[in-house]
Design a protein around this ligand. Structure first.
Ligand SMILES: C[S@@+](CC[C@H](N)C(=O)[O-])C[C@H]1O[C@@H](n2cnc3c(N)ncnc32)[C@H](O)[C@@H]1O
Length: 112
């Protein structure tokens, strides 16, 4: 796989490779290759990545695969490693993480 080098990113599928990254049945799942590109470009091995609204855990799977540390929060916990949290407040100290990825919900598409 190559890092996208233009502003036009085309992802015909939610997943890449032969292992799942997140769950493509999850409402609003993020294309895994978006996260792969961002982590490749802006982080290095051992960095701490946080996703405050991680849904089905796509960021968790991509980050682990790329040997980044990762914390995933969501109101809707779909997997044991996701920490239940309302990310209007995030329980981390300022400047304590290397990269934040967030794919926020769209309007009132989902009820909580
Ligand atoms: C677009 S989805 C994220 C999809 C995720 N990146 C994935 O690949 O599965 C947005 C997520 O935001 C979560 N969410 C909405 N409001 C939230 C809040 N206040 N705090 C934490 N999570 C929230 C929803 O539960 C939903 O999982």
């Amino acid at each position: 796989m190559e890092i996208e080098s233009t502003t036009l990113w085309d992802f015909p599928r939610q997943n890449y490779g032969d292992k799942p990254h997140g769950n493509n049945k999850y409402n609003g799942v993020t294309p895994a290759f978006v996260i792969w590109n961002l982590l490749q470009r802006y982080t290095k091995e051992g960095d701490l990545v946080v996703d405050p609204m991680c849904g089905s855990g796509t960021t968790i799977d991509v980050a682990k695969e790329l040997k980044r540390k990762v914390i995933g929060y969501d109101l809707n916990v779909t997997r044991p490693e996701i920490i239940k949290n309302d990310s209007r407040k995030i329980p981390l100290a300022d400047n304590s993480v290397d990269f934040v990825f967030i794919d926020s919900p769209y309007s009132d598409k989902q009820e909580y």
